[in-house]
Design a protein around this ligand. Sequence first.
Ligand SMILES: [Zn+2]
Length: 274
Amino acid sequence: MVCESLCKQIALCPRTVGIVCNHVCITIIESCFHLKNSRGFNMVWIPIRIDFVEPETQCTRLSSNGRRHGFPTGTATFLLDETDGRDYPFGPTCAAIRVGDKTELRGIPDFTTRDFTPSQEIEGDPGGGGQGGGLGGDGASDAEKAKAFAKRYLMLRMDRIANLPKVQQGVKYAPLTEIYSAFEKTRHLSEDEVRYIIALEKSEKTPSVYRSNNLLDVYTAYVQLNRRIKTVTPGEYFDVLISIRDNSLLRRLTLSDGQIRAAKLKLHPNAFRL
Ligand SMILES: [Zn+2]
């Protein structure tokens, strides 16, 4: 990315040489409107992931009637705001408006594909994903799907599962540290990195609880268990749910059919079948 106007914000950035800038210093150049991405859009929003949201969450974008819609599916498309480095939830239509081009949303990692919660009445702009929502969205090429798979697996191993409180230590995989820290800054994976991550996921040496689908099942079950725990008053059933979450799901990364039934989880029919 190059600012052709040589604005002062870029000159202030400690990480740049000359007029060339990149994602690591984006927070410093937030007011530089000359900066464009490779397709010519102002660099403001970057698609990060489709993920679960709390029921009361509202879309970040104010619609023309001054209202914000919710997420009846309990899932949303998260975009990173480069000006503050945080990510925010949008419905798929609002997300497409924000990034300027729907094709920018292809190849976005979807963490909700193993969720089988029945859809409620959908009003306005629903969340993305859910119920078999494909990797990378409609029209993604095989290469885009592979990249989305690799990004999602990297984020599962190094962030989404690895950072769940009380989760077992083995999820975080040290050899991915360097790739992940670069990915956090650029949100980009090279073709070699995509190949390496996919090979790791498929490797016989990778324990089956660390396969992509199983980690997605862990993630989905964790979200659903916490939603249920919030609705239950302390007592015997409350303790059962806590035990299922902490002693089985987070410690062993698996649940039995009996536990899935007891917690009334709505998971993929093959969830936790290792
Ligand atoms: Zn919206």
